[in-house]
Design a protein around this ligand. Structure first.
Ligand SMILES: NC(=O)c1ccc[n+]([C@@H]2O[C@H](COP(=O)([O-])OP(=O)(O)OC[C@H]3O[C@@H](n4cnc5c(N)ncnc54)[C@H](O)[C@@H]3O)[C@@H](O)[C@H]2O)c1
Length: 425
């Protein structure tokens, strides 16, 4: 068996091309060959080859691609609700499936993927991993090290507060994410990062949970609305107006793709079709006794998180304010001029208070993306998975918490048992 393995990319959108296809072609040629592209939209496939400067075989039929290309692995970066289908088909073909987070959008899909993994367990390549990149953030790695080394004694209580701002946070209300059937809502699409990291740091499985939340700012709550920003009569007075394509070449490629499937990226954030929450709070506890308070909102004056860990012998707090100017929109100036940065604080019963250094890392998502690419693609295919490479069973747990929260808030905050959703519901 040669060291170089053949990969196919399913989903040639922003993440698929930027996070995987382009780096595979440029930086990971020792162990990887990008062999083909798959997407539902033929124009987007054409645009993908144009943007990558390649002439890769393209497919709109997944089975045909697997049959003709015979890849070793598929990277799944389609819309969240479609991951389950492509993961199952990849496992059934005996190939490795590497999916973007979230693994899928609900408990039923978790069960489908687990069943596919089980029926293919004797095929050596048929394994599923999820690229949970937040685990790789340098501050998260530092927290993992500190908690595991007993820096705060036995962990008791965690509070995670996620603020999405009116530039990046608003973007989830412009595209497919805004429909729950596509994304599972932010408690799956976004919070799967956070629930996975909490599972990873707390090192246990979630048990009981209750949640409240709703749509309180976007959607029907807007003062006016139009189908999209392009040509909008309210542009002059709207805090959320965007001009997405500043580069004429990119605009042309995306406009061609848009004609094929009607997928627009500048949908009105006040559209009445929006059915996801823009604010939610979740209370849950772990089998090892740790209790969690989690909250999220998507109309913040700044973007970042505050994560607090209280243990029997001390406390850790991570404060991060993120720069969202990478999102090339001219939307909302609200709060965007504030300070950005990260701070890690430690209160210790024996050593008192200190601010701790956070290792520096370069690259997108706080330096997490290059690290995760290295683990998956910068090593031989059969190298031992690192502890950060989330296997299927761990990725399932992140989705289950979001799913349980969606069920609970649909039942006005009823207490639910998270692991029950592995069996039904
Ligand atoms: N880990 C991270 O930090 C991170 C960041 C961004 C996106 N993501 C994830 O990456 C994935 C892609 O996100 P994106 O922002 O690139 O979205 P996108 O809308 O830009 O791209 C999605 C692509 O999937 C294709 N597609 C949709 N449904 C399909 C189907 N049924 N069959 C085949 N192709 C289909 C679309 O045509 C599009 O080209 C999502 O799962 C998202 O949650 C992860």
């Amino acid at each position: 068996m040669g060291a170089r393995k053949r990969y196919v990319l399913a989903g040639t959108g922003g993440r698929g091309l930027g996070m995987f296809a382009a780096p595979l072609l440029k930086d990971f040629t020792e162990f990887c060959e990008l062999a083909a592209l798959f997407d539902a939209n033929p124009d987007r496939l054409k645009a993908a080859n144009g943007l990558l400067g390649t002439n890769l075989p393209v497919y709109t039929d997944y089975a045909q691609m697997l049959k003709e290309i015979e890849p070793d692995a598929a990277i799944v970066t389609t819309r969240d609700s479609t991951h389950a289908e492509f993961i199952c088909r990849t496992l059934d073909a005996g190939k490795r499936a590497i999916s973007e987070k979230p693994l899928c959008v609900d408990g039923r899909q978790c069960r489908q993927i687990l069943a596919a993994a089980k029926r293919n367990r004797r095929k050596p390549r048929a394994r599923c991993f999820v690229t949970h990149n937040m685990r790789y953030g340098p501050a998260i790695q530092e927290l993992k090290r500190l908690i595991a080394s007993g820096a705060i004694g036995q962990l008791k209580w965690v509070q995670f507060q996620e603020n999405l701002d009116r530039r990046h946070g608003a973007d989830y209300f412009r595209r497919w994410h805004r429909v729950k059937a596509n994304s599972g809502g932010l408690l799956i699409h976004k919070a799967s990062h956070h629930f996975d990291v909490l599972n990873y740091l707390i090192d246990s499985i979630p048990e009981t949970l209750l949640a409240r939340g709703g749509l309180t700012f976007y959607g029907k709550h807007g003062p006016f609305r139009h189908k999209r920003c392009e040509g909008c009569p309210h542009a002059g007075q709207c805090e959320f107006h965007v001009e997405l394509f500043k580069n004429e070449r990119t605009r042309k490629l995306y406009k061609e793709a848009e004609r094929a499937d009607g997928y627009i990226r500048d949908g009105c954030v006040f559209d009445r079709e929006i059915d996801i929450e823009d604010q939610a709070s979740v209370l849950y506890d772990y089998k090892n006794g740790v209790r969690v308070t989690y909250s999220l909102h998507a109309f913040g004056s700044y973007e970042g998180w505050i994560i607090q860990f209280e243990g029997a012998d001390g406390r850790l707090e991570l404060h991060e304010v993120h720069d969202t100017s990478w999102l090339s929109t001219n939307a909302s100036q609200h709060g965007l001029g504030g300070p950005t940065g990260k701070h890690l604080y430690h209160w210790s019963k024996s050593k008192g208070f200190r601010e701790l250094p956070i290792p520096e890392a370069q690259g997108s998502h706080g330096g997490a993306d290059p690290q995760i690419r290295h683990d998956f693609f910068g090593r031989p295919f059969d190298a031992k998975p690192t502890p950060q490479m989330a296997p299927l069973e761990e990725a399932v747990q992140a989705v289950l918490i979001g799913h349980a929260a969606n069920v609970s808030l649909a039942r006005s905050g009823k207490l639910v048992r998270v692991q029950d959703f592995l069996k039904k519901g």
